[in-house]
Design a protein. Structure first.
Length: 148
């Protein structure tokens, strides 16, 4: 298999540093090491009165990663990933934040994957690639540990 998968680790400090200029518009910043993106989004919603709408088709997942995940029965957004940042910024700073992140090799796949809403407080709603909607829950079972 001629895969492009090398590692999920990235040095994220330069990306983070370049977001600090957003000041108060930078609302949240964290890597997806424990529980992956799904756990982080659920932690945010469970600690607030907000909900989130997430668009599966906007989540940048390499095709090779999706294939291997499918073979292993894993969901890539539930897997620990040291090379991914979850960033929440004020709506008026989204374009500026994405532009800043994409200037770094670790951020070249940066994308707007959703929005904060008041529709379902405490819940993350995933719009699937085929247009259905479901609750994106915390990862179930034992979380895969980082193996470095």
């Amino acid at each position: 298999m001629g895969s492009k998968i090398k590692s999920d680790t990235s040095f994220l400090y330069p990306v983070c540093r370049d977001l600090f200029h957003l000041e108060a518009d930078l609302k949240f910043l964290r890597d997806a090491t424990r529980g992956g993106v799904a756990a982080i989004l659920n932690e945010i919603c469970s600690d607030t009165n907000f909900g989130m709408d997430i668009y599966e088709s906007h989540i940048p997942i390499l095709p090779d990663v999706q294939v291997v995940s499918d073979i292993l029965g894993l969901n890539p957004i539930e897997i620990a990933n040291e090379g991914v940042l979850v960033v929440i910024v004020a709506e008026n700073s989204v374009s500026q934040a994405i532009k800043s992140i994409k200037q770094h090799s670790a951020g070249k796949e940066a994308a707007l994957i959703g929005k904060i809403t008041g529709t379902y407080p405490g819940k993350v709603i995933l719009e699937t690639k085929i247009g259905g909607k479901r609750i994106l829950d915390y990862p179930r079972g034992l979380l895969l540990p980082r193996i470095c």
